[in-house]
Each structure stands twice: as structure tokens, then as C-alpha cells.
Design a protein around this ligand. Structure first.
Ligand SMILES: Cc1cc2nc3c(=O)[nH]c(=O)nc-3n(C[C@H](O)[C@H](O)[C@H](O)COP(=O)(O)OP(=O)(O)OC[C@H]3O[C@@H](n4cnc5c(N)ncnc54)[C@H](O)[C@@H]3O)c2cc1C
Length: 415
């Protein structure tokens, strides 16, 4: 008998998990209330950013916070009415920003990063869509020397752990990408950041591959998890059905803590809401993804146009989007791409909920309360990057194989 595994969530993490489990001989069923790749995985910046080993919250960010928080359209926004709810998360984030914790987090992120490209190639190759991954390094742009020197310690950390950054003058950067403006005085790579040309397309291709090999994708909303004596036996679905479970993997993105809570496990997870604007007619041509040291986010050339994506908003899962934050990305990138054309009526805007943990590490591993449940969620700003690697790790855990890396930093009972 083949083992049978149900995965909740058809984002990049869930479908990658299904793909790796199927390779390992499981019958897989993925359940999602929306189509594959239509949650947070739909609209990210497309960065396969395996060199991004610094946590989202680290000491240098604290110095920038006051300025960011003063600007309602700035890189970080907290809707003040929501703050009391998010306070435990912020306090935990501050506890994780000490130099000692940052070093542990960096090591754990680097261990994931080293596996990313191989695992990405495996799932894309199996789905016949290796063409979606572009092996061209993202360039980080600086228009002030102080921005560049402020990041020296991060570049050293990256180099120490195997992700060295290349450094260029402004003119060298313009030789690579003529659209970059004159005020850019320096550029650097991130130590490993490729990109995909259609993040939703990646997830849909993987899901199609899973279905072609006999897996199932069910469109429904998981309402309840039925369990007894430390084993999950079934899921109750909004459509009225009941889905029997042998093994369960929870990859439900920013909603995963709600499901973990049903199993008696407490996880600090916040929706780190990000935005994008896609400009089908951007007025500039770039051949690689660009980031700009003044603000978190990326400009990525994609099949549907130039996508400007980024910003972080804490407002809970259900608050209305503020699309002015998407337009603000245009004004930021205009500073380094002077030819960028203003959004016209074909521009599209989007908001997505990153599943953020306060230590910038995902939850990957077995439940401590249910013997047949494994978690794969909480990838924050890095879910596209770490999705396939998470899938491989989950398949190893379910096979009883010990992954060849330390999984302790990712355990569910650390919150
Ligand atoms: C603006 C922006 C830019 C980003 N840029 C990058 C980047 O460049 N590189 C990178 O690596 N990452 C990036 N990210 C982060 C990345 O997109 C996320 O980490 C990733 O998409 C999370 O994937 P996921 O599969 O965990 O979640 P999702 O894609 O959200 O999938 C989870 C799925 O679970 C489903 N679900 C939840 N609960 C239930 C339920 N009860 N029943 C049924 N279905 C349920 C949801 O419908 C959803 O489809 C970015 C994010 C944003 C917002």
C-alpha cells in the first residue's frame, strides 16, 4: 500500500511538498479554497533569493524604524488599532534581534539557502518548466556611499557562510543595465538571488505536474481537523464533505497558526502584508531583478510586465488593502530608474499576506501533539525561495529519513 498524504495549502510550499512526496511514493491530495498559486505565492517579487540569510528584523533595521514608521506609505506600516494584537509578535521579534540570536538565525537560513537551487531545479525540471527560472544575479543599487557602507557587516556575514557579494561601480552597473540612473554610485549582488518570470505560473506548473502523475487538487476550505488520541483522522470541509487523513501536512501560509491551534499548538504568526504593482508598459527594459538600498522591495522583469513588489504592513489577515502602498513602489523605483513610465490603466495592483514568524525562520517539522502531522509554513519574505527545499525536507521527515541538516531551529514548539 502506498502511503497517503493530504496537504492543506496549494501555495509554493504546499505544491512543492506534494511534488516531493509524490516522488517519494506517496499518494497526495492538496486542498485549497483557492486555485494553486492564488494566495501569497501569486504576486511575490519572484526572487529565488538563497543568499538572503539575514533575518528580516536585525539590529540595523531598528535604526531605520522611526523614519519608516513616520511615513504612512513607507516600507513598514503598522495600523495602530492592530498593534495590541501584534504586540506579542513584535516583542518576540525584538528578543530575536540580539547579536547571538541573529547569528543562530543566519546559520539556519544559510543551511536552507545552500539547498535552494538544486531543489528548485528538481521540481521545475519534473514539471517541465525549468525555463521559468532565470540564473541572473539581482543587483542592489546604492545612491549614497553611507547606504553601501552600512551593509558591510551583512556582506561579510554572507561571504563567511558561502554567499559572497560582487561589488560594482555605478558605471559598471549601467553597463549591465543601461536603464539605471546616473545617481546610482554603486551596486552589489546579494550573494545569491536569481528570479522567476511568473511566480503564479511556477506554482500552477508544479500543481499540474502533480495532477498528471496521479495526485489530486481539491478546491475546498478546511474548517475543522478531527483528531483523537494524538492522531488526526479527518478534515471537515466547508463544502460539507469529510476528508479522511492518513498523514497531514499543514502548508496553509498566513493561516497556518489557526489550524495548528486546533491541534493544541501555539505559533506566533503574523500576516506581513506586502504589495505589488505590475507595469505592462514600464518605459524601461531591465534583464534582471533590481533592489534599491533605500527601501526593501524589488523590481523584477516578468512575463506580464515589470513587477515592483515589497513593503510590509501589519494590519491582520482581513483588513482592507491600501493600494496606495503599491503605487508608492513606483515612486521609489523611479529614483533609480528615471525612465520608468507612470502607471497607466493597464497597471495592476495586488496585496498578499506573507506568513511571518518573529525569528524569520519557517516552521518545518513534526507536530508535537499529533503523530501524523508535519508542518511546513511561516516562510515570511522567503517562501518562493525556500518552498521546494521545504517540500524535500517534509518528504524526508515523513519517510523517517533524518535530513542532513539541523532541524531544531525550525521546530514548532519554539514560540
Ligand atoms: C510583495 C511580496 C513580495 C515577495 N517577494 C518574495 C521573493 O521575491 N522571494 C521569496 O522567496 N518570497 C517572496 N515573498 C514571500 C512569498 O510570496 C511567501 O513566503 C510565499 O508565497 C508563502 O507561500 P505559502 O505556500 O506558505 O503560502 P500561500 O501561497 O499563501 O499558500 C497558502 C495557501 O493555503 C490556503 N489555505 C489557508 N488556510 C486554508 C484552509 N483552512 N483551507 C483551505 N486552504 C487554506 C490559502 O488559500 C493559500 O492558497 C513575497 C511576498 C510578498 C507579499
Amino acid at each position: 500500500m502506498k502511503p497517503n498524504t493530504t496537504i492543506i495549502g496549494a501555495g509554493i510550499v504546499g505544491v512543492s511538498t506534494a511534488a516531493f512526496l509524490q516522488k517519494a511514493g506517496h499518494d497526495v491530495t492538496v486542498i485549497d479554497r483557492v486555485g494553486p498559486g492564488e494566495g501569497c505565492s501569486f504576486g511575490n517579487a519572484g526572487g529565488v533569493a538563497f543568499g538572503e540569510i539575514m533575518p528580516t528584523v536585525h539590529p540595523r533595521i531598528f535604526r531605520k524604524l522611526p523614519g519608516w514608521l513616520m511615513d504612512p506609505l513607507g516600507p513598514l506600516n503598522i495600523r495602530w488599532r492592530y498593534l495590541p494584537k501584534a504586540l506579542p509578535w513584535f516583542l518576540a521579534a525584538a528578543r530575536n534581534a540580539t547579536p547571538g540570536r541573529v547569528e543562530e538565525i543566519v546559520q539556519a537560513r544559510a543551511a536552507l539557502g545552500l539547498r535552494v537551487v538544486g531543489d528548485f531545479e528538481t521540481v521545475l525540471g519534473d514539471a517541465g518548466r525549468k525555463d521559468l527560472l532565470v540564473y541572473r544575479e539581482t543587483l542592489r543599487l546604492y545612491d549614497e556611499e553611507s547606504q553601501f557602507s552600512a551593509e558591510a557587516a551583512e556582506r561579510e556575514t554572507k561571504a563567511r557562510l558561502g554567499f559572497p557579494c560582487e561589488i560594482y561601480s555605478g558605471d559598471e552597473a549601467r553597463e549591465m543595465e543601461p536603464a539605471i540612473g546616473k545617481q546610482v554610485i554603486r551596486a552589489a549582488t546579494h550573494g545569491g538571488w536569481f528570479f522567476v518570470t511568473n511566480p503564479e505560473g511556477v506554482v500552477k506548473a508544479l500543481a499540474r505536474g502533480v495532477v498528471e502523475k496521479g495526485g489530486k487538487v481539491i478546491a475546498d476550505d478546511v474548517r475543522g481537523i478531527v483528531h483523537q488520541d494524538g492522531m488526526v483522522s479527518a478534515l471537515t470541509l466547508a463544502g460539507g464533505g469529510r476528508h479522511a487523513v492518513q498523514n497531514l501536512v499543514i502548508c496553509a501560509g498566513a493561516y497556518s497558526h489557526l489550524l495548528a491551534r486546533q491541534l493544541g499548538e501555539h505559533v506566533l504568526l503574523e500576516a506581513e502584508r506586502g504589495y505589488h504593482i505590475v507595469l505592462p508598459d514600464p518605459g524601461v527594459t531591465i534583464s534582471r531583478s533590481l533592489t534599491y538600498a533605500r527601501t526593501p522591495g524589488a523590481a523584477t522583469p516578468m512575463e506580464m510586465g515589470l513587477r515592483l513588489a515589497g513593503t510590509d504592513e501589519f494590519a491582520g489577515l482581513d483588513a482592507e488593502p491600501n493600494y496606495a502602498r503599491a503605487d508608492a513602489l513606483y515612486h521609489v523605483f523611479k529614483k533609480v530608474l528615471p525612465g520608468l513610465r507612470a502607471p497607466d490603466d493597464r497597471a495592476t495592483r495586488w496585496m498578499g499576506r506573507r506568513p511571518g514568524t518573529p525569528d524569520s525562520l519557517p516552521v518545518i517539522g513534526r507536530s508535537r501533539t499529533m503523530r501524523n502531522v508535519v508542518y511546513g509554513f511561516g516562510h515570511g519574505h522567503m517562501g518562493l525561495t525556500w518552498g521546494p527545499t521545504t517540500g524535500r525536507l517534509v518528504s524526508e521527515i515523513l519517510a523517517g529519513v533524518s535530513p542532513n541538516m539541523d532541524m531544531a531551529p525550525f521546530r514548532v514548539n519554539r514560540f
